[in-house]
Design a protein around this ligand. Structure first.
Ligand code: ADP
Ligand code: MG
Length: 388
C-alpha cells in the first residue's frame, strides 16, 4: 500500500526525521492560508499523487508570492498528473502540499528496503540524489552504496557514520544523518513498511539535513495490523478495476494486451500469461479468481475483464480441485449469458468431473471454445484475438 508524501512526512515527523514545514490543502484558498501560516519568502506547491517524477512534469512548482501559490494550486487541483511512474491516464490531484522553499546545497538519495536476495533490510545511499536511482545504478554504480542491517544486531552507529562519510558529511551532520537513519529504521520495522525512500535528502545552505521528498510503501499483508496506516489509504490513487476486484476477493491487475485471462491460483495465472506470450499474444490482465470459485465470482471476473475495451478474446484456465469442473462450467455459462459475452471465450478445464464440464460447454450456441490442452488453448485464443 502507498501513501501520499504529506502523510509520509507526518510519519517522518513522529519518528524524528527532519523534513520541511508544510501542510496539505484541497483548495487554492486553503493553500494560501497554509503559505501565510508558514510565512517566509517563498513556497513550493506539490501535487499529491501516488507517484514520483512530479518535478519534471509540473507537479512541483516554486511560488514566489501568495498569488502564485493560489495560481499553481488552481492549476493542479482537479487535474490528473501523468509522470514517468504512472500510466498514460495519470493520477488525480485531489490535494497539494504547500511547504517552505529551502535553499539546496546538495541533493542525496537515501532509502531503506527489504532486499529479498540477501534476505536483509538494506539502506541504499547515493551522492547523486534528486534523480532516478535506477538510472544512477545503471550509469554510475560506483555512486551507490548499499548497507545491509544484521537482523540480530540491528542497525549500528558505525554503519550510519560510514554512510555519512561516503556522502561527504561533516561534524554535526553525521549525528543528524544517524538520527534520520535511526528514524527510518524504526518506522520501517514498527509499521511493516517494504520501502521508505527519501529522494532527495538535502543539505541546505546552512548545512541542515532535510527529507525534501518522502515515499513509503507498506506490506499489504501486514497493513491490517496498523489502523493508523490503513486510515491513510486513498482509493482515488488506485486502479478502479483493481479496487472493484478487491471487493469480490479477486486478484486483478490491468495489463496492456488484448487477451483477457481468468485463472484460479496465482501460479497458474502467471504460467498462463507466460504461455499466451510464448504463443505470440499479449495478456490484458492478470486475474486470479481464487480457490473457492462460484458463479458470482466468475460473473464479476467476466465483467471486470470485459470492462477493458481492448479485450478481444478471453482465455479461461481453471483447475477444478476444490470446486468441480462441471460446477465451474455452469458458472461460466451463466456468466456468459447473464452479461452477454459476445467475444470468443476459450475454456480449458482440468480436474474433477472434467468430462462433465467439457460436455456442458460443447454445442452451446455461444462463442465458447472448449480446449483440452493448455498449449492448444493459448494458441487458439491468440489466433482468435488476432482474427478480430
Ligand atoms: P518528485 O520526486 O516527484 O519529482 P520531489 O519532492 O523530489 O518530487 O521534488 C522535485 C524537486 O523539486 C526536488 O528534487 C527539489 O529540487 C525541488 N523541491 C521539492 N521540494 C522543495 C522544497 N520544499 N524546497 C526547495 N526545493 C524543493
Ligand atoms: Mg523525489
Amino acid at each position: 500500500m502507498n501513501i501520499h508524501e504529506y502523510q509520509a512526512k507526518q510519519l517522518f515527523n513522529a519518528y524524528g526525521i527532519a523534513s520541511p514545514k508544510g501542510m496539505f490543502a484541497t483548495t487554492p484558498q486553503e493553500a494560501v492560508n497554509v503559505a501565510k501560516e508558514l510565512g517566509g519568502e517563498g513556497w513550493v506547491v506539490k501535487a499529491q499523487v501516488h507517484a514520483g517524477g512530479r518535478g519534471k512534469v509540473g507537479g512541483v512548482k516554486v511560488a514566489k508570492d501568495l498569488t502564485q501559490v493560489a495560481e499553481y494550486s488552481e492549476e493542479m487541483l482537479g487535474k490528473r498528473l501523468v509522470t514517468i511512474q504512472t500510466d498514460h491516464l495519470g493520477l488525480p490531484i485531489n490535494s497539494v502540499l504547500v511547504e517552505g522553499l529551502y535553499p539546496i546545497q546538495r541533493e542525496f538519495y537515501l532509502s531503506i528496503l527489504l532486499d529479498r536476495s540477501t534476505e536483509r533490510i538494506i539502506f541504499i545511499a547515493s551522492i547523486a540524489g534528486g534523480m532516478d536511482i535506477e538510472a544512477i545504478a545503471h550509469d554510475s554504480p560506483e555512486q551507490i552504496m548499499t548497507l545491509p542491517v544484521h537482523p540480530a544486531a540491528g542497525m549500528q552507529g558505525y554503519q550510519c557514520r560510514k554512510v555519512a562519510y561516503s556522502l561527504g558529511l561533516k561534524g554535526g551532520q553525521v549525528k543528524a544523518l544517524t538520527k534520520i537513519m535511526q528514524g527510518m529504521y524504526d518506522l520501517f520495522i514498527d509499521k511493516d513498511a517494504t520501502q521508505i525512500e527519501i529522494n532527495p535528502l538535502i543539505e541546505t545552505d546552512s548545512g541542515e539535513l532535510l527529507a525534501l521528498d518522502a515515499k513509503i510503501n507498506f506490506d499489504d499483508n501486514a497493513v491490517a495490523l496498523h489502523s493508523d496506516i490503513l486510515a491513510m489509504k486513498d482509493p482515488s490513487q488506485e486502479d478502479d478495476k483493481e479496487n472493484y476486484a478487491q471487493q469480490y476477493g479477486l486478484n486483478y491487475i490491468t495489463l496492456e494486451g488484448n487477451i483477457g485471462c481468468m485463472v484460479n491460483g496465482a501460479g497458474l495465472a502467471m504460467a498462463t500469461m507466460d504461455l499466451v506470450k510464448l504463443k505470440g499474444g499479449a495478456p490484458a490482465n492478470f486475474l486470479d479468481v481464487g480457490g473457492g470459485t462460484n458463479v458470482e465470482k466468475v460473473c464479476e471476473a467476466f465483467k471486470l475483464i470485459l470492462s477493458d475495451t481492448s479485450v478481444k478474446a478471453v482465455l479461461v484456465n481453471i483447475f477444478g480441485g476444490i470446486v468441480q469442473c462441471d460446477v465451474i462450467a455452469s458458472g461460466i455459462l451463466a456468466a456468459i449469458e447473464q452479461i452477454h459475452v459476445t467475444i470468443p471465450v476459450v475454456v480449458r478445464l482440468e480436474g474433477t468431473n472434467v468430462e462433465e464440464g467439457r460436455a456442458l460447454l460443447t454445442n452451446t450456441g455461444l462463442n465458447i471454445y472448449p480446449a483440452d490442452d493448455l498449449a492448444h488453448a493459448a494458441e487458439q485464443v491468440v489466433a482468435l484475438a488476432e482474427a478480430v
